[in-house]
Ligand binder design. Sequence first.
Ligand SMILES: *Cc1c(COP(=O)(O)O)cnc(C)c1O
Length: 459
Amino acid sequence: MSENKIPYKIYLDESEIPSKWYNLRADMKNKPAPLLNPATCKPMTAEELGAVFCEELVQQELDDTTPYIDIPQEIRDFYKMYRPAPLVRAYCLEEALGTPAKIYYKFEGNNTSGSHKLNSAIAQAYYAKKQGLKGVTTETGAGQWGTALSMACAYLGLDCKVFMVKVSYEQKPFRREVMRTYGADVTPSPSMTTEVGKKILAEHPGTTGSLGCAISEAVEVAVSNPGYRYVLGSVLNQVLLHQSIIGLETKAALDKYGIEPDIIIGCAGGGSNLGGLIAPFMGEKLRGEKDYRIIAVEPASCPSFTRGKFAYDFCDTGMICPLAKMYTLGSGFIPSANHAGGLRFHGMSTTLSQLYHDGYMEATSVEQTSVFEAAEQFARVEGILPAPESSHAIRVAIDEALKCKEAGEEKTIVFGLTGTGYFDMVAYQKFNDGEMSDYIPTDEDLAKGLSSLPNVPEQ
Ligand SMILES: *Cc1c(COP(=O)(O)O)cnc(C)c1O
């Protein structure tokens, strides 16, 4: 089909929403390393994981071999409320940049949570409900995951307890209010309501918190209250599985017009949107059918891939969660409070970590002010006000498109636009007032976090 026939937005029909998720691990020769029990350093069994997570989600977490997993009809029905998500041809951005590159973005911000997180929230809440549980606990950083989970729990009639990183709780009071509107109970973390929160506060008085702290608190509440389980919005294999819907829809939309991407770009916090976006493309790459350049973009202030270590580490600050082998800055790493752009988790998905380690993808880090420059440039020509997290991907998509301009190359670039930034206006305000600075941790700063890595015998 000729170029000018490609519409501004490629929509799929409702009936084309995928009926199965794709499990990337099935096609990996080197599987991601298993989660370990921190007490024994032995792989976590389904039974052990079942104390923290829902049964069906434990099965998904441990399943390294089944390539396609059915999406239950109830979840597909919920997806229909806000999916399929459009794949947009960024004609206006291309023109503004004067690039011969063709730029597409998959927009996941068309729901009240403002991000892709709802794709996994509804799945996790569904399995909790199916197991007959009373409720779920979780952490939230910037607030999108907590909002998504609150929406899913309200829909299914589940109780939802959210520990929100204190700095966000204070900076984003409206996020908190959205969660409460959907019926969730929101506590700033660290708090005095848990043993681990009290301990963290005693050791770090006045701390503004971190995702690692909030995870510890949420897990403690889940395991000490009957009828509750803990759910996590990123990092885990099950979350990447649910998020594969992003990539499957993207691929279906591209296939409709015979478009083959050269470069696929996504921002990386814990790795769920990136893992989901790239899943079917990475599958082709792993099976030797196609080749793509795949780029993970992370903040220079929290650079797990580019400056972290590939090692077993705790996922939480309280060191009560299983150990995961991943690119990590150390569970003791607390990102600078001056960092406004989300993507603050110290570790990374074990699946993406293994793929990066094996050379299947690249990673790059970008500074905060350059991210907001890209965000504003994008907003002014494409209309959408992007989330700071998503804007990391925009930054690198623009940079790659400018390289194409220089080289006179017509590459096709696809990036994930994970969400909208309406609740990030304090950060935008700082940027607009010229008060935003770039904080890049020194090697010494990082050494502190890395020295907290646990000593795990070779597996
Ligand atoms: C949570 C979030 C991210 C980062 O999380 P990943 O698990 O790395 O995808 C990116 N963008 C938005 C809008 C988010 O809410």
